[in-house]
Ligand binder design. Structure first.
Ligand SMILES: [Zn+2]
Length: 124
């Protein structure tokens, strides 16, 4: 899939990215913002000016594919592929590999945290 060519027609058939966001994971972690810079004028482009799609890899991971449209430059800048995880971290693809960063603060410590919550009756 990666490296495959995509046509403007295909991009225009995709939904505006802001209509797909925010994305709520099963554990209430919310992914709501993605930005990129226009390749040419370096203007910041948000999801309102992107087309894209979200693929649910499994309930903990989604993949985001998006294209930023700059009408000033008449240019489409592809957003780096993102793998977004339900723990608030994401991986973005760089030339040298996948780079990890955070989009939301760490909320739970995964399954163990949930079990502890269950046993203690838990406060969120
Ligand atoms: Zn531009």
């Amino acid at each position: 899939m990666e490296g495959s060519k995509i046509t403007i027609d295909e991009i225009e058939k995709m939904p505006v990215l802001s209509t797909l966001l925010p994305y709520w994971f099963w554990n209430d972690t919310t992914f709501d913002r993605v930005e990129t810079l226009c390749e040419k004028c370096k203007k910041e482009i948000g999801p309102e000016m992107m087309r894209g799609r979200i693929t649910e890899t499994n309930r903990s991971v989604i993949s985001l594919e998006a294209y930023a449209l700059c009408y000033d430059c008449q240019l489409i800048t592809p957003v780096v592929p993102l793998r977004i995880r339900d723990d608030g971290s994401l991986l973005s693809k760089t030339q040298t590999g996948w780079k990890e960063s955070r989009y939301a603060p760490e909320k739970t410590i995964g399954l163990l945290g949930q079990l502890i919550t269950l046993f203690t009756g838990g406060e969120k």
